[in-house]
Design a protein around this ligand. Structure first.
Ligand code: PEP
Ligand code: MN
Length: 448
């Protein structure tokens, strides 16, 4: 892996193309200086790890594993704390234990974490009480506070994004390999949670069964290494191309380019135009890629994306993350899957049941109904069952904290509760209890 400035013109081909959702940086010179500095930074992930994730995702595409991808809609710099990171990780580990044990399927774990700082927005500006300012585009670009100073894009934030990602990833690596993720901790992850919530109690029962199974194996003299550490990968939307391309390096083993800002990079619904910069950039890097597909996606779009991003049909290279909405998934998804399958391409199909189900509550909070989220996942499973294809996983916005952002769930949150702990900087996330509820329900769907 080279550590010197990116010398490879191949990553710059996107620069001649239109790029949606890029900030208007006020000072081109300042941006250039930041990019030069980012180019000198060490990689956050290794190319070999990206290849390993690609192999894991190939198993998802073949129907042998299930992808659990989750985390914040938008990470925030002030959320880089041990508590936040541990809680998020714990939630994902608990969901994964549920899916593995109750769904009897290996789970590939990928966080929306350590790089998810940039947001596409529906409008470039926001108006409040007659004052119009640039919209908040994520902590990598500008501040959340509604003041002219805070909303001014500042390229120095791209460096903070790198350091925040590095600190997060460092702790995630420590947690997942340093004993915390040991399956014998399956109870410990739940300790602060078990008494207060029905899903916590349900989980506790499952953890007892896992314990018994492990004790049985131990008694038989089996103590596999696989129980002691967890493979966990990072992912984020590759949105701000100046950042992503500054973090792209040539892998010295293979001569291939990798975006070393995260293991998996996805292209969002708003930036997947076939002849624009994001798809061009993504086509040049060798990381496993995701592309979000909304309800207006045509089969031709999907097939062209495959040709552009996976011309060599490398297993695990491409994951389609569908986000149709509960009302549309049964109608829109079948044709896409049919046409892609008929073309002979093998992609992993993942369901994002969040982004097609957002609405504004009367209180003004952006929210989602747990029942809609669940219904989209159900529709996704139904469609795959009918077609004989593999429902490869879920992509969810969640937090380990006890927030009140989505309505419903077993420990029900009502519309009137939303203001109590509404903490997201962007879209509403499932809290820990809702996330566990979802994992139990998905495990049942997977088994059936
Ligand atoms: C997101 O994942 O936060 C997002 C903006 O999704 P989409 O591109 O599907 O709208
Ligand atoms: Mn979101």
């Amino acid at each position: 892996m080279t550590t010197h400035a990116n010398p490879d013109a191949l990553t710059n081909t996107w620069q001649d193309l239109p790029a949606a959702q890029q900030p208007e940086w006020p000072d081109a010179g300042a941006l250039r200086d930041v990019v030069a500095e980012l180019e000198s930074y060490p990689p956050l992930v290794f190319a070999g790890e990206c290849d390993q994730l690609r192999d894991r995702l190939a198993a998802v595409a073949r129907g042998e594993s299930f992808l659990l991808q989750g985390g914040d809609c938008a990470e925030a710099f002030d959320g880089v704390s041990a508590d936040h990171i541990r809680n998020k990780l714990k939630t994902i580990l608990q969901m994964s234990a549920v899916l593995t044990y109750a769904g009897s399927v290996p789970v590939v774990k990928v966080g929306r974490i350590a790089g998810q700082y940039s947001k596409p927005r529906s409008k470039p500006t926001e108006t409040r009480d007659g004052v119009t300012l640039p919209v908040y585009r994520g902590d990598s670009v500008n501040g959340f506070d509604f003041t002219p100073e805070s909303r001014m894009p500042d390229p120095e934030r791209l460096k903070r994004m790198y350091h925040a990602s590095a600190a997060t990833l460092n702790l995630v690596r420590a947690f997942t390999t340093g004993g915390y993720a040991d399956l014998r901790q399956v109870h410990a992850w739940n300790q602060d949670f078990v008494k207060s919530s029905p899903s916590g109690q349900r989980y506790e029962q499952l953890a007892r069964e896992i314990d018994r199974a492990m004790n049985f194996m131990n008694a038989c003299g089996v103590d596999p290494e696989e129980f002691k550490t967890v493979e966990f990968f990072s992912s984020h939307e590759g949105l701000i191309l100046d950042y992503e391309s500054a973090l792209t390096r040539t892998d010295s083993r293979t001569g291939q380019l990798y975006d070393v800002s995260g293991h998996m990079i996805w292209i969002g619904e708003r930036t997947r135009q076939l002849d624009h910069a994001h798809i061009e950039f993504a086509s040049r890097i060798s990381n496993p890629l995701g592309v979000k597909l909304g309800p207006t996606t045509t089969p031709e779009d999907a097939l062209t994306l495959i040709d552009r991003l996976d011309p060599e049909r490398i297993p695990g290279r491409l994951t389609f993350i569908t986000r149709m909405g509960a009302g549309k998934v049964r109608d829109r998804l079948p044709t896409l899957i049919e046409k892609v399958t008929a073309s002979g391409a093998q992609v992993a199909w993942i369901c994002d049941p969040m982004h097609g189900n957002t609405f504004e509550a009367a209180s003004g909070h952006k929210t989602r109904r747990f029942d809609d989220v669940l219904d989209e996942v159900k529709g996704f499973f139904e469609v795959h069952k009918q077609l004989g294809t593999h429902p490869g996983g879920i992509h969810v916005e969640l937090t380990g904290d006890d927030v009140t952002e989505c309505v419903g769930g077993g420990d029900e949150i009502f519309v009137d509760d939303l203001h109590q702990r509404y903490e997201t900087a962007c879209d509403p996330r499932l809290n820990r209890s809702q996330s566990l509820d979802l994992a139990f329900l998905v495990a049942e769907m997977y088994r059936d």
